[in-house]
Design a protein around this ligand. Structure first.
Ligand code: ACM
Length: 509
C-alpha cells in the first residue's frame, strides 16, 4: 500500500517520509519519562473523544514520550519525532517541545482523529516519518479584540486549541477599549458593571469573571500557549472613563461607553490618581495572567484633550516635557516601569515617533519601516504589519464576503508571504510575528472563524517554518481544511479569488 503522506501545517523544518506505518489500538501503551506526564495527559485528552484509545502508561510501551536534555540544541519548543512500524519516539529537551510534537502526531493521524465524537472503524495509523522540528520565531501569536465585541470564554478556549494545533504560542487578548471593558478588577467594580455595557447602536455587554480568566490561563498553559493580556492606555479608554469620570481630563464630565468605531478623542488624565488607578488595575492583571509580557496599548492616542487641559499642561511642564504631545510616552514609561519593577516586560503598539524606553517590547503594526526603526532603537519587536496581518481586513473582493473593516486587501497569499523586516547592526531583537482580529464588524463566532481561518494557518506556516513556498502551502491547505472542518471551524475561502498579483496588499476601491 502506498504510504499516506499527511499535509502538515505548519510544515516541519526537517521531514522525511519512510515506508510503513504504526497502528495505535486499544492495546497501545505509552512509556512516559520523568517530567513528561503532562504531555501524555494532553495526548490522551486530545485523542480520546474521537478514538476512545486508553493509551495507558506502561514502562515498556512502544509509544515513547521522553524528555531528553541531549536535545537542548532544539531549544524550548523543538522536538524530534520518529515513527517506525513498531515504535513511536517523541523526544524534546523541554515539555513545550513535547506539546508541539503531539500536535504533529495529531496531524499525522487520519482527519477523523480531530472529531469531538467517537469514530468507528477508523484504523488509527501513523505513517512512518523522521522529523526534527524547531520554530523559526519564538513568538507566534494571535490577538483577539474582545472589547469591541465580547466573546464568551468557551470561544477563547476553542481558539487556544486552534492556536495549539498550528503550533502558535501566544493568545493576546485585547481586553479594554473605548467600546467596552471586559476584565474584572476587584477595586473598581464599575469597570465591568458600567464599562462592560454599551447601549448604542445596539445593546451589547459582557465581561469575564476572574475564575474564567484564571481557568483559561491554565487551559492554555497545558497546551503550551501563553495568554498575554492587554489593557489600553492612555487612549482607547472611554469605557473606563464612563465608569469612573474622575479618570478623565475634564473633572466632572460624564461620558457614555463609546457607541461608535474609530479613534476617540477621550484620553486619561495625567494626574497622579490616574497613574495609581492604572497600577492597581495592572497589579490585578498580573495576578491573573502570569505571562512575562503585559501589553499596555499606547496606539492612536490623540493629544487634543491634554493640550486643552491646564492640569495636563502643568504636568507636562513639571515633568520637563517639551509639550503635551510628549505625555503619551511619559505616561507609558511611568506605567511600564511599574511592570518592570515587578519582573514583567511591558508591550506597546509602536506608533510613528516612539520615544519609549528600550525595555518596552513593541508591536509594529503600521509600516515595515517601523519594525526596522524599533529594532534600531534597541526594542524587542513583534512584527504585525496591517497589510499582511490584519484579519479584520477583507480576504477577498468577492461581493458575497461578510462585512470587513474597510482597508487593504489581506488575502491568504499576502499573509503567507509576510516577511518580518530585519535590520542589521542593531541591538533590538525580532521576536516573531502575530496576526490580529479587531472586531468592530465581527460579532458572531461564525464570523470570527471566517475571518481568522485559513489566514491564520498561513501566518503559522511562515512563522514556524520560515521559508515555506506559497504553492506548497496551498497544496497542503486542502487536506488541512478538512482538519479545520472536523474541528467545526467555519473557515473562509481557500482560493479567495482568481489571483491578481497586483491586488495583494493594496488599497481596495
Ligand atoms: C491598531 O491597529 N490600532 C494597533
Amino acid at each position: 500500500m502506498p504510504a499516506h503522506r499527511p499535509s502538515l501545517v505548519p510544515l516541519p523544518t526537517h521531514l522525511a517520509h519512510r515506508p510503513g506505518h504504526f497502528t495505535l489500538d486499544a492495546h497501545t501503551t505509552v512509556r512516559v519519562s520523568p517530567g513528561a506526564g503532562p504531555a501524555a495527559d494532553l495526548l490522551r485528552t486530545l485523542l480520546a473523544p474521537a478514538t476512545g484509545l486508553p493509551l495507558s502508561p506502561a514502562s515498556d510501551g512502544p509509544f515513547v514520550l521522553a524528555l531528553d536534555p541531549g536535545l537542548g540544541g532544539l531549544g524550548e519548543e523543538g522536538y524530534g519525532l520518529t515513527v517506525g512500524p513498531d515504535a513511536v519516539l517523541l523526544r524534546a529537551a523541554h515539555l513545550t517541545g513535547l506539546l508541539r510534537g503531539i500536535q504533529t502526531i495529531r496531524q499525522l493521524l487520519p482527519v477523523e482523529a480531530l472529531s469531538s465524537t467517537p469514530q468507528a472503524d477508523v484504523p488509527w495509523r501513523l505513517p512512518c516519518v523522521e522529523i526534527s522540528d524547531v520554530p523559526r520565531h519564538g513568538w507566534r501569536g494571535f490577538m483577539l479584540d474582545v472589547a469591541r465585541h465580547f466573546q464568551p470564554v468557551g470561544l477563547l478556549r476553542r481558539y487556544v486549541d486552534l492556536l495549539a494545533l498550528h503550533k502558535l504560542n501566544v493568545l493576546h487578548l485585547h481586553l479594554t477599549d473605548d467600546q467596552g471593558w471586559r476584565m474584572p478588577v476587584a477595586a473598581y467594580p464599575l469597570l465591568t458593571e458600567v464599562g462592560g455595557r454599551r447601549a448604542e447602536p445596539f445593546p451589547h455587554q459582557g465581561a469575564y469573571t476572574r475564575e474564567e480568566l484564571t481557568g483559561l490561563v491554565a487551559y492554555a498553559a497545558a497546551r503550551g500557549v501563553t495568554v498575554v493580556p492587554e489593557i489600553e492606555m492612555p487612549g482607547h479608554v472611554r469605557a473606563a472613563i464612563a465608569a469612573y469620570p474622575e479618570l478623565g481630563t475634564v473633572p466632572g464630565r460624564r461620558l457614555d461607553v463609546w457607541p461608535r468605531w474609530g479613534v476617540c478623542d477621550t484620553v486619561l488624565g495625567v494626574h497622579e490618581p490616574v497613574l495609581d488607578f492604572c497600577r492597581t488595575v495592572l497589579d490585578e492583571v498580573m495576578d491573573v495572567f502570569p505571562a512575562p509580557y503585559v501589553h499596555i496599548g499606547g496606539d492612536e492616542c490623540p493629544t487634543t484633550e491634554w493640550a486643552a487641559s491646564p492640569a495636563a499642561r502643568e504636568r507636562a511642564a513639571a515633568e520637563g516635557l517639551p509639550d503635551t504631545d510628549a505625555l503619551r510616552d511619559w505616561f507609558l514609561g511611568r506605567i511600564g516601569a511599574h511592570l518592570v519593577e515587578r519582573g514583567r516586560t511591558p508591550v506597546a503598539w509602536a506608533e510613528t515617533g516612539d520615544g519609549l524606553p528600550a525595555d518596552f517590547t513593541l508591536m509594529t503594526w503600521r509600516e515595515p519601516e517601523h519594525t526596522r526603526l524599533a529594532l534600531k532603537r534597541g526594542h524587542s519587536v513583534i512584527s504585525c504589519q496591517h497589510r499582511s496581518a490584519y484579519l479584520d481586513y477583507p480576504q477577498s473582493p468577492a461581493p458575497d464576503e461578510p462585512l470587513a473593516q474597510p482597508g487593504v486587501l489581506v488575502d491568504l497569499r499576502a499573509v503567507h508571504e509576510h516577511e518580518p523586516p530585519t535590520a542589521t547592526g542593531t541591538t533590538g531583537e525580532l521576536l516573531g510575528a502575530q496576526a490580529h482580529l479587531w472586531t468592530e464588524y465581527v460579532s458572531t463566532p461564525e464570523h470570527v472563524d471566517h475571518m481568522v481561518f485559513p489566514r491564520l494557518c498561513a501566518l503559522a506556516d511562515r512563522a514556524w517554518h520560515g521559508s515555506p513556498s506559497w504553492p506548497h502551502f496551498r497544496d497542503r491547505l486542502d487536506a488541512h481544511a478538512a482538519r479545520l472542518a472536523a474541528l467545526g471551524v467555519r473557515h473562509g475561502p481557500l482560493d479567495p479569488y482568481a489571483p491578481i498579483p497586483h491586488c495583494s496588499g493594496k488599497e481596495l476601491p
